[in-house]
Ligand binder design. Structure first.
Ligand SMILES: N[C@@H](CCC(=O)N[C@@H](CSCO)C(=O)NCC(=O)O)C(=O)O
Ligand SMILES: [Zn+2]
Ligand SMILES: [Zn+2]
Length: 191
């Protein structure tokens, strides 16, 4: 049987709703769940194959999107949260008991500072933006996927309509490079 890419991808993509304005994320604990309330839908939602993003058990990919950090509030059991790696660019706040990542925040100077990374599958509401692309696809090899499986993985994403990238999508790569160029003194009008 083919390995699961992610439950939100394996059987085809369900479109989200453009009028959806957010909802609640909850960790996997049986009781005293950490709850995070989002007052916005996500953007740039994507499958991520990197080793750092939280994935459900048995899945090769995470599904992760961004929301403005002002749209994120911890509304229950905040004391169970702990930062996985304080040195990482994205400080992933995980539940100490079940390990689920509730939100990832960037504190350092970075093109994505101001955006928090979240996993919409932690919500039981419908309407979240559907995955738009697959990122860091080759990174799954670093976690043990055999290189000869990569054609199948990329073909599966293609079959559900998702483009694959080995870093991020072109719009996000352009944002990163624009930030780097501005730091170097380039001035772009009409951005
Ligand atoms: N091959 C590495 C890649 C790790 C990586 O750079 N991950 C990206 C994407 S996370 C969501 O798209 C990143 O921005 N990381 C910053 C951070 O995690 O702090 C691997 O697989 O580990
Ligand atoms: Zn938990
Ligand atoms: Zn990732």
């Amino acid at each position: 049987m083919a390995p699961s890419l992610h439950p939100l991808v394996d059987n085809g993509i369900t479109p989200g709703s453009s009028s959806f304005a957010g909802g609640k994320l909850r960790c996997h604990c049986a009781s005293d769940k950490v709850e995070v309330t989002l007052s916005s839908n996500v953007a740039h939602n994507h499958a991520c194959g990197c080793s750092k993003c939280w994935k459900p058990t048995g899945s090769l990919f995470s599904i992760v999107g961004v929301v403005p950090r002002d749209a994120v509030s911890v509304t229950a059991n905040a004391s169970k949260l702990s930062i996985v790696d304080k040195e990482a660019t994205i400080q992933r706040n995980a539940c100490k008991d079940c390990g689920v990542h509730l939100f990832g925040r960037i504190e350092k100077d970075h093109p994505f500072k101001g955006l928090d990374f979240v996993h919409v599958e932690l919500s039981d509401e419908q309407g979240w933006q559907e995955p738009q692309f697959a990122a860091f696809v080759s990174s799954i090899i670093e976690q043990g996927t055999h290189p000869n499986q990569m054609d199948d993985v990329r073909a599966k994403f293609k079959s559900v309509g998702l483009q694959t990238y080995d870093v991020l999508s072109p719009p996000l790569m352009d944002l990163i490079s624009t930030f780097t160029a501005q730091k170097a003194g380039h001035i772009f009008s009409n951005l």
